[in-house]
Design a protein around this ligand. Sequence first.
Ligand code: URA
Length: 432
Amino acid sequence: MIRPAELIERKRNGGELSAEEIAELVLGYTRGEVADYQMAAWCMAVYFRGLNGRETHALTDAMIRSGETLDLGAALGRRVVDKHSTGGVGDKTSLVVGPIVAACGVPFGKMSGRGLGHTGGTLDKLESIPGYRVELTTEEFVSQVRDVGLAIIGQTGDLVPADKKLYALRDVTGTVDIVPLIASSIMSKKIAGGADAIVLDVKVGDGAFMKTLDDARILAEQMVDLGKRADRAVVCLLTDMDQPLGQAVGNALEVGETVATLKGHGPEDFTELVLDACGHLLALSDLGVEVDEGRRRAQRAVADGSALDAYRRWIQAQGGDPDLAALPMAPVRREVTASRTGIVTRLGALAVGTAALELGAGRRTKEDAIDHAVGVVCLRKRGEQVATGAVLAEVHARDEDSAASAVEAVLAAYELGEEPPHAHGILLDVIS
Ligand code: URA
């Protein structure tokens, strides 16, 4: 039997824990035999002392062993792909990537989470579609991936219960933003979820966990390493989250942008990221194509309408109404206009995400209800020239008061200058 206090002290003093000790600690915590205060103290010791590669692997492994695991590849007799983002503002990538990949003939099965704070969650976006069921049984999930080619559901409680408990604890004890804990949390869920190949999108910048490219690279390398140890093919894209992704921020608004993008009318940065992610996913699949060919096939699936067809089939299979007219709409719509002429030098992702959160698009605590209709549409992005009075953004609100506050907050998120900002694409690096 381990003594949790001894493990906390050893980690606090910079020592190393064995795989068995980590497993007993994590599994004991999941069973309720290790107290919250001890696990919180251990996480804080890890925050300051870190975990080495072996310890991070042992932690990931223990979290996977805390619950059920799926083997989608074996169930389908095909290589199944999945994608995961570390979370950002306006990030509806999975909603577009899933149907494109499925239209290209590759099964896509994903378990998603809800948003917390200024970042939105895929499940919340999907729940803005009337009728959409995020809770399928494991059998329903597997047969939908087999029959429809695509399913996105909420993570079942049986999968990685250790992470559910630990993440909630980290969230309230200042121990979320530490690389080995983030890497093991994400990768335990991805590995237990059963896909054979995973594309990870690590967001970098003001609106993301990882504020710098160097920190994002360290996280990416650790996650790729954990994937390899579990025999999964993993590619990590490092992408820009200094400004919101695409234009729409807010649940139903993002579903609207999803459909526009599947029709080939999406915002440029978002379309670029979708094609990059699809290229890598198809290259990791059993199609046997390179990334460039994967990208071309993704473009074709959008151009010939098969991706949009796959979207409609998927939403209907999960009980939802795929028509845009079915989405909720906010009663108050206000414009944010430029008070001077200039070039947009900055559009703060965190500020826009927080404005959407204040409108009701996100939740501060897990219990908060979401208003699916509200949000912000950023019509002008970094590098664009605007004239005085030009519409920079639109606010979609429940009432006049919240609209007025959001208009002010979104205006403050825009910085206008004379010189164009340093230009770079959405994709900053690829780690594999
Ligand atoms: N997302 C997760 O799933 N876990 C973390 O620790 C951070 C982001």
